[in-house]
Design a protein around this ligand. Structure first.
Ligand code: SF4
Length: 78
């Protein structure tokens, strides 16, 4: 039997250290901001796009996420 692909992601699935929360109702992901004292919120045009992003980046290869790269580069890179 073929393996089923997960399409709904939970907080426990996330690997990215910048992740704070997400909302299915608002189709959004909230992350550590790229400046001190702020958060970054990404709002997607569809739930499918949000779930795809979470699977590809937040719960997957987060180092490739444009927001991760921006935040890391602004706050933590030498
Ligand atoms: S992978 Fe990107 S969108 Fe996901 S939690 Fe990290 S910085 Fe935020």
């Amino acid at each position: 039997m073929a393996e089923l692909k997960k399409i709904v992601w939970k907080d426990a699935d996330v690997r990215c250290p910048f992740y704070l929360s997400s909302s299915r109702e608002e189709r959004s992901i909230r992350c550590e901001g790229f400046e001190t004292g702020m958060d970054s919120i990404s709002r997607f045009r569809s739930l499918a796009l949000k779930d795809k992003h979470m699977g590809s980046y937040c719960a997957g290869k987060f180092e490739g996420c444009p927001l991760y790269r921006c935040t890391y580069g602004c706050k933590y890179a030498d």
